[in-house]
Design a protein around this ligand. Sequence first.
Ligand SMILES: [Zn+2]
Length: 392
Amino acid sequence: MSTTGDLRRIFKACVINPIAADRVDRYDPGYLVVTGSRIERLSRDDPRPAFPSAGFIDLGNKTIVPGFVDTHIHLPQFRIMGVGSGDLLSWLNTYTYPEEARFANPEYAAKVAAEFFDAVAANGTTTAVVYSSIHEEATDLAFSAARTKGIRAFIGKVMMDRNSPEALLEDTQASIARSLRLFEKWDGAEGGRLRYIFTPRFAGSCSTELMKRVGKIARDRNAFVQSHLSENIDEVNWVRRLFPECASYTAIYDSAGMLTKRCIMAHCIHLSSDEIATLSRSEVNVAFCPYSNRTLHSGTMRYQKLRDAGLNISLGTDVAGGPSLAMLEQMQEATAAANISWSEALYLATLGGAQALGLSDQIGNFESGKDADFVVVDQSSVWEVYVGGRLV
Ligand SMILES: [Zn+2]
């Protein structure tokens, strides 16, 4: 039984329910019946006669949408959001790595993690897929902060065993051992609200051995994996030089065994047709981060080509490459970068994200029986956020 018991509440508002990339249903007014932590039903007819003892919340002109799923975000970059400029590799070295090194201090890590999850939830994100720093303790504290906040989170300790500053460099074996300890401790915790996701940062900062070990763990344990792929031309050229034996950037991850349907690859901008075919065959999920891509001048992901190849696409804020935690802003960026409708962007921000995480039977829209994760929007800004029927 949930903490809210079987309390039944009826929320009246304009309710927008994504069904597919090309179909979003609008109920104006709609009545969202929430029983305990679950969606009981969504209707156009007033259900009060059937449920005379239910609580009734009239939200007036406000709009209800499903909770947002942010499939790519860096917790230790929260404090440098909107800071810095330049292209990817110089931005990493100048701004990102020095800030991430500060997470060796548990006090600092705990403080920022609490602020981060407060801010994530305040922006309507009810499920976040998060990169931590390389630090095991900071990652443990990030899980604790997500648990305290009550949101859903997939969190991974970043793995970096080469081409990284001294303070952020770890031994291959230690990186695997730390990640496995966190996986054992947190994967599936809080009734499945918390999941571990193995996080080799990107091929440039990982050895072949490290990525192969991750690939094996992913397959043996059906574990989630996330990384970056083909974000920026200089990065692509550098990574290609590091792995002359591989035919492409995608082939590096493919030969390591990392590409599965539980894998989320961020960016995927400068890909050949062969690489797109490999991702599609492997059922890899793509985190589309248009705001970050624009800010760092990385290029524009070929949305329609990837969609036509059958890839599942979701949205990521990529804070702090992206300068905002707001998925509403990210949706706006997606409409411009991919030339899609607002409805399709909403699908990417909700059900598309749920699908990337294998959670489309639990979250992503208002189908009966799903968890009551939703956002109340007032005049284009987030007003209230519920996870599992609980106000967060
Ligand atoms: Zn990123």
